[in-house]
Design a protein around this ligand. Structure first.
Ligand code: NA7
Length: 578
C-alpha cells in the first residue's frame, strides 16, 4: 500500500470528557455539555439552542485525524476523534501484508509541523516498512498526548446535520450520539477494501486474506500453497515475500502492471544528518513540485529528446529507483508518443529480467505507463523466475468461480491452501459513503454523489454545512505525497475555524456556483492528461456500477495551494457564512 503507522496494538482509551472542560473557548458559547450516550433505540431529542458536545468530531485516527486533533487543540477547540481500529495509524494500521511499505521516501513521507519531531525521529530505511510507519504514528500520538481524545473501536455509522441547532449529530455503531459544530472526515482515500463479487467466494474452505485488512498477528505461508488475485501495488509488494515462504504461489493477473525498482536500502546516518540539517529547504522545494515530493523533474520532452540521451535519462532514473522515474521527462503523462518511450523502456526491462520470453510477454503491460498508479517494487519480476511461482493470465476470461479448494478459471481448476485478495479499494469515496451522511433536509451524500463526487476544493460540499473532508475527492490527495497534502488541509481547516470563531460565524457552506466551477476545473485538468484515459481506481473503474469520474485534482499541489490561499484572501470566497 503503498502510498500512502510499534507493530503494537494500541491501548484502548476510555471516553474522557473534553480536556478543557469549563475553560475551553468553545466555538459557539462558553461551557461544555457532557456527552449524551443515548441508545439508538431512543428517539432523537433535538434540543433548541443547545451547545454541542464538541466543537468538532473528527472521523479517523490516521495521519490526518491525529494532526487535525493536535491543531484544533492548539487553537483552543474541543474535539473528539472516533476511530474504528484499536489503534492509530489508519492505512498503516490496516495494511499489514508482507512487504507493505511506503512508496514515497521516508524522510519526505513524514510530518513537517513540528521541528522537534523531525529532528528526534530516525527513519531506518529509504522506504519505511509498515511496522516502522505504525511505530511513527504511535510515537506522534503519544508525543502530542493525543490518545486521551481518541475513542477507539468506534465506527461512525451516521452523521446528520441538525438545521435547528446548526450542528452535527454523529451516531456510532455502539449506539452513541455525539453532537458537534463541525464534522471533519479523516478516513483516508484507500481505506475501504474492495472484495470483488466472484461467485463462490464463501465456498473456499481455507483462509482468505485481504491485503487491506491483514491479520495483526501476521500470516506464515511456510509450506502452504497460495493463490493471489490481483497484481496492483499491494500484490507487487507482497508477492516476492509470499513466494519465498510458500510451497507454491499462483498469481491470477487480470491486468499486467508497470513497476520500477525501489532500490530500498538502510539509510546512511550521514545522509540522515544532512536531511535533518536541511529539512526546511527540502520541504519548501517539495511544495513547488506537483506531487509535493522533492525530486528533480526534467523539463524536456521525451519525444523531442534524441534516443540515446533519452535512454540515458531513463537508465539513470531506473538505477536510482522509485516514482521519480515518471519525472524523467515533463510530458510523459501529456503526450502519447512520449509516454510510449517510457513504457517501451520498462517493457524491455521485463524481458531482460524474466527468463521465459512467453511469461515475460504476459507480464508486459500494454497500456499507458503511469495511467494506473505506478508501482515500486523489490524483486517483483525476478519472482516469476522461481520454480514455485505460476502466473495465470485472466485478462480475457474472468475467474469463473471460487471453489472449496481453489478456483476455476479458463476451464481449469487451480487448488491452493490459502487465498489472498490483493484486489484494492473502493477509492476516494468508498469510506465516506459507507457512513450515512445527511445534510440539509436530510439529503444523503450517497444520493448527492450518485453521479460521482462533487466538492468545492475537495474539502466541502454544497448542502452539507460545517462538514470538511481531509484529502477528499477533488483535491490533489492520492496524486501527491499524502503527508503534505494532509497538513495543507488540516492547517486550512483549523485556520478557517479560527476565522469563523473570530467573526462569530456558526455555519459555513460552499455556494453552488463555486462548487460547479471547481468541479469543472477538476474535470478540465483531468482531460488534459493521459491519466484519465484508462480503467483505474482514479476513475472508479475497479468498482462495478461506480460512476466514471476522475476523482483527484490533477493540477498539482502548488496550484492547489495557491487557490486555497486565494479563497482565504478573498474572505472565504465561494462560501456562504452565517
Ligand atoms: P489496486 O492497485 O487497485 O490493484 C488491485 C488489483 O486487483 C488489480 O490488479 C486488479 O486488476 C485486481 N482485481 C480487482 N478485482 C479483480 C477481479 N474481480 N478479478 C481479478 N482481478 C481483480 O489495489 P492495491 O491494493 O494493489 O493498491 C491500491 C493503491 O494503494 C495503490 O495504487 C497505491 O496508491 C496504494 P485490474 O487492474 O483492475 O484489472
Amino acid at each position: 500500500m503503498p502510498y500512502e503507522g510499534g507493530g503494537v496494538m494500541s491501548q484502548i482509551a476510555p471516553l474522557t470528557p473534553p480536556p478543557l472542560r469549563g475553560t475551553s473557548p468553545r466555538y459557539a458559547q462558553g461551557g461544555t455539555a457532557p456527552i449524551r450516550r443515548l441508545r439508538s433505540s431512543q428517539p432523537l431529542i433535538i434540543q433548541v439552542d443547545m451547545t454541542p458536545d464538541f466543537d468538532a468530531v473528527i472521523v479517523g485516527a490516521g495521519f490526518a485525524g491525529m494532526y487535525m486533533l493536535h491543531r484544533l487543540r492548539g487553537k483552543g477547540f474541543s474535539a473528539r476523534v472516533l476511530e474504528a481500529g484499536k489503534g492509530v495509524g489508519g492505512t498503516w494500521y490496516w495494511n499489514r501484508y508482507p512487504g507493505a511499505r511506503c512508496d514515497v521516501e521516508s524522510v519526505q513521507y513524514s510530518y513537517q509541523f513540528s521541528r522537534e519531531l523531525e529532528q528526534e525521529w530516525e527513519w531506518s530505511e529509504r522506504y519505511a516498512t509498515q511496522p516502522e510507519l505504525l511505530r511513527y504514528a504511535n510515537h506522534v500520538c503519544d508525543r502530542f498526548d493525543l490518545r486521551r481524545d481518541i475513542r477507539f473501536e468506534t465506527r461512525v455509522a451516521k452523521a446528520t446535520f441538525d438545521e435547528t441547532n446548526e450542528c452535527w449529530i454523529v451516531e456510532t455503531d455502539k449506539g452513541e450520539r455525539l453532537t458537534a459544530r463541525f464534522v471533519i472526515t479523516a478516513m483516508g482515500c484507500l481505506s475501504s477494501p474492495n472484495t470483488p463479487k466472484i461467485p463462490g467466494l464463501a465456498d473456499f474452505e481455507g483462509p482468505t486474506y485481504h491485503t487491506g485488512n491483514w491479520p495483526h498477528e501476521g500470516v506464515d505461508f511456510t509450506g502452504k500453497t497460495v493463490g493471489v488475485i490481483g497484481t496492483g501495488s499491494s500484490a507487487i509488494q507482497s508477492i516476492p515475500i509470499m513466494a519465498r515462504q510458500a510451497r507454491h504461489l499462483t498469481v491470477f493477473q487480470r491486468t499486467a502492471n508497470y513497476t520500477v525498482p525501489a532500490h530500498n536500502q538502510p539509510l546512511d546516518p550521514a545522509y540522515v544528518r544532512d536531511v535533518k540539517a536541511h529539512y526546511p529547504e527540502m520541504r519548501r522545494r517539495a511544495k513547488t513540485k506537483p506531487a509535493g515530493i522533492d525530486f528533480v523533474i526534467n523539463p524536456a520532452s521525451a519525444i523531442e529528446t534524441p534516443e540515446e540521451e533519452r535512454r540515458r535519462r531513463y537508465e539513470e532514473r531506473w538505477t536510482y529507483g522509485g516514482l521519480g522515474f515518471m519525472a524523467s521527462f515533463s510530458d510523459l503523462l501529456l503526450n502519447d508518443d512520449s509516454n510510449k518511450t517510457a513504457a517501451d523502456f520498462v517493457r524491455a526491462k521485463i524481458h531482460e529480467v524474466v527468463k521465459d520470453p512467453k511469461l515475460a510477454e504476459v507480464l508486459t503491460p500494454r497500456n499507458i505507463i503511469g495511467c494506473k498508479r505506478l508501482c515500486v517494487d523489490s524483486g517483483y519480476w525476478e519472482t516469476f523466475n522461481r520454480p514455485n511461482v505460476t502466473l495465470v493470465d485472466i485478462r480475457d476470461e474472468p475467474i469463473e468461480r471460487i471453489t472449496a479448494h481453489g478456483l476455476r478459471a479458463k476451464g481449469e481448476d487451480y487448488t491452493f491452501d490459502c487465498l489472498v485478495l490483493a484486489t484494492g479499494f473502493d477509492a476516494m469515496t468508498g469510506a465516506l459513503l459507507k457512513v450515512d451522511i445527511r445534510g440539509r433536509e436530510g439529503v444523503a451524500l450517497r444520493e448527492r454523489w450518485n453521479e460521482g463526487p462533487k466538492t468545492y476544493l475537495g474539502m466541502t460540499v454544497v448542502g452539507f454545512p460545517n462538514l470538511f473532508m481531509i484529502t477528499g475527492p477533488g483535491s490533489p490527495s492520492v496524486l501527491t505525497n499524502m503527508l503534505p497534502s494532509i497538513e495543507l488541509h488540516v492547517d486550512w481547516i483549523a485556520d478557517c475555524l479560527v476565522a469563523l470563531r473570530e467573526r462569530g460565524v456558526k455555519v459555513i457552506e460552499p455556494v453552488e456556483k463555486a462548487q460547479e466551477e471547481w468541479v469543472g476545473q477538476v474535470g478540465d485538468f483531468a482531460n488534459i492528461t493521459l491519466r484519465s484515459t484508462c480503467s483505474s481506481w482514479y476513475v472508479g473503474a475497479n468498482i462495478p456500477g461506480k460512476p466514471r469520474v476522475f476523482m483527484p485534482y490533477i493540477g498539482g499541489l502548488p496550484a492547489y495551494l495557491e487557490r486555497c490561499e486565494a479563497v482565504v484572501q478573498g474572505g472565504y470566497e465561494g462560501f456562504a457564512l452565517k
